[in-house]
Design a protein around this ligand. Structure first.
Ligand SMILES: O=C(O)CCC(=O)C(=O)O
Length: 262
């Protein structure tokens, strides 16, 4: 990671990194998902609320639990805990000893799938778990998302969207903007190819635009926290499950409960 990336992340709250995964890695991850497809389920509540512009003909489908899948299917997902292209960014933004807070989770969307209301951002954050500030030449951020694209998200397709710079907002985002009904020119549809990765601080206002592409959307989300913080109640509890025993030492360290690391 270079000084430009650090500047741009601080300025906008997100970065898109190109070609993080090879075509082979994308294929392995997608093969694991295909293999476990019967575990994928449509979520039980709509995410589009009463938005006039985010309605669709289906709901998002979710799939989780990849780290505990039987070998070899779990392996490409475990590698993403410490991917050499991503780890330096997480160590810069979250500090050394960053930890998996929750996830990974797959978001899949069929053509016509509804969007999801924008959320998070600036004044709306409730506690230090989603903090963002700059001090001593360092970025400090709480919950941080790494979103690996496993299918292309091209212009006009929909999918993940952000309001650049909103992690520093001092006022609440207008409801009409949260619903993507007004000020759409300030809501950026993030585009990328399968294998690209989006990193964003969860305190950036973000959400999902309705999916219009002919192919299935697949985005794989890992949510990380600094070593001393927790947002979710998830991964640190599961750190004591058997499945971490055969992880590498480097992967297992990311599964630890929050604590002071020296
Ligand atoms: O990739 C997306 O659709 C955004 C997901 C999202 O809003 C979230 O995980 O909080």
């Amino acid at each position: 990671m270079n000084a430009d990336d650090k500047y741009l992340f601080d300025l906008t709250g997100y970065l898109v990194l190109k070609d993080v995964l090879t075509a082979e890695e994308v294929a392995q991850l997608n093969a694991g998902i295909d293999r476990h497809r019967d575990l994928m389920s449509e979520i039980d509540r709509p995410l589009s609320g009463d938005s006039q512009t985010m309605q669709g003909t289906s709901r998002r489908k979710d799939l989780g639990g990849m780290l505990a899948w039987e070998s070899p299917w779990c392996e490409p997902f475990r590698k993403l805990l410490v991917h050499p292209r991503i780890k330096p960014y997480l160590e810069e933004f979250l500090g050394r000893g960053y930890r998996l807070d929750h996830g990974p989770g797959l978001i899949a969307m069929d053509t016509g799938c509804e969007g999801g209301l924008l959320h998070g951002g600036g004044v709306e954050r409730k506690d230090i778990s989603e903090v963002y500030f700059f001090k001593s030449d360092r970025i400090f951020t709480g919950l941080t998302v790494v979103e690996y694209l496993l299918a292309d998200e091209g212009p006009g397709d929909g999918g993940v969207a952000v309001i650049p710079g909103s992690h520093k907002a001092n006022l609440a985002c207008p409801q009409s903007m949260i619903k993507w009904e007004k000020h759409q020119e300030h809501v950026l549809e993030v585009n990328g190819k399968a294998g690209d990765a989006l990193i964003f601080t969860e305190t950036l206002t973000h959400g999902t635009l309705p999916w219009t592409a002919a192919h299935e959307r697949r985005a794989l989300l890992y949510k990380f926290s600094p070593g001393t913080l927790s947002y979710g109640s998830g991964a640190h509890q599961t750190a004591y499950y058997d499945y971490i025993e055969d992880m590498t030492e480097e992967e297992r360290a990311v599964m630890e409960a929050p604590h002071i690391r020296r």
